[in-house]
Design a binder for this molecule. Structure first.
Ligand code: CU
Length: 71
């Protein structure tokens, strides 16, 4: 399992948080996705053997927000 953090922009309320968490948790290999509205971040725990980082940023963009990896 691997943990990663994304910086997310464009969120304004709890609805946005739910939308993004649902999108991330729906991806294969994701064990947990936790979005923090105040910090503007998403912490993701996933199996790096079946999932790649690029798919997380793509999934967030697909539901209408901007995302980039935080190192
Ligand atoms: Cu919202």
């Amino acid at each position: 399992m691997k943990k990663t953090t994304l910086k997310i922009t464009g969120m304004s309320c709890a609805h946005c948080v739910n939308k993004i968490e649902t999108a991330l948790q729906g991806l294969q290999g994701v064990e947990k996705a936790k979005v923090n509205l105040k910090k503007g971040t998403a912490k993701i725990k996933y199996d790096e053997k079946v999932q790649i980082l690029d798919n997380f940023t793509a999934a967030v963009k697909e539901v209408g927000y901007e995302a980039e990896p935080v190192n």
